[in-house]
Design a protein around this ligand. Structure first.
Ligand code: K1U
Ligand code: ZN
Length: 173
């Protein structure tokens, strides 16, 4: 089990676009394993590679209920190929923006094409929390945070809070 550090706002890496994997090998599978360990430990229901400082297009998700059996999903080079016109609202959080939650409206359902951990081409129809979470994680791969979906006022308030906390942390070290 290898836990990785999760980077938090205002780390500028979070604003950068991640690049595709050109192949899926044992190193990629080890990375997926570390990402699941890190996500479950946090705890969270999703994680994008950029959140551990790696600008590569991999996300892991598990939206199963605590009492049910785990349902880990790893998506490599995920691409949304269809979005529903119907929208849904969900109160989102982010492991890179601790203790901030707000409602975000996104397409209710999406279809995603991706490679699995064996490098096989897959397509998955996502609805409910899985749809919300997958869209949140794919946003991360494009340097987009859930606060970018809020009003400028709300977003700026959150950024200001984290910039101030980072400065105070620097001073006290
Ligand atoms: O990407 C991330 O930062 C992970 C994030 C995913 C997410 C949450 C809510 C809506 C969309 C995407 C989280 O997992 S935040 C933590 C969280 O939601 C949670 C933690 C423990 C149990 C249940 C939920
Ligand atoms: Zn997030």
């Amino acid at each position: 089990m290898a836990l990785r550090d999760i980077i938090i706002l205002p780390d500028n890496t979070l604003k950068r676009r991640s690049s595709d994997f050109t192949s899926v090998d044992a190193d990629v599978r080890d990375l997926a394993s570390d990402m699941f360990d890190t996500m479950y430990e946090a705890p969270g229901i999703g994680l994008a590679a950029v959140q551990i400082g790696l600008l590569k297009r991999m996300i892991v998700v598990d939206v199963s209920h605590k009492e049910d059996k785990p349902d880990p999903i790893c998506m490599i080079n995920p691409k949304i190929v269809w979005s529903s016109e119907e929208m849904s609202e969900y109160e989102e959080g982010c492991l890179s923006i601790p203790e901030i939650y707000d409602k975000v409206t996104r397409p209710a359902e999406v279809k995603v094409q991706y490679l699995d951990r064996e490098g096989a081409e897959c397509e998955r129809h996502c609805d409910g929390l899985l749809s919300t979470c997958v869209q949140h994680e794919i946003d991360h791969l494009n340097g987009v945070l859930f606060i970018d979906h809020l009003s400028r006022l709300k977003r700026d308030r959150v950024i200001k809070k984290f910039v101030k906390a980072a400065r105070q942390n620097e001073i006290s070290q």
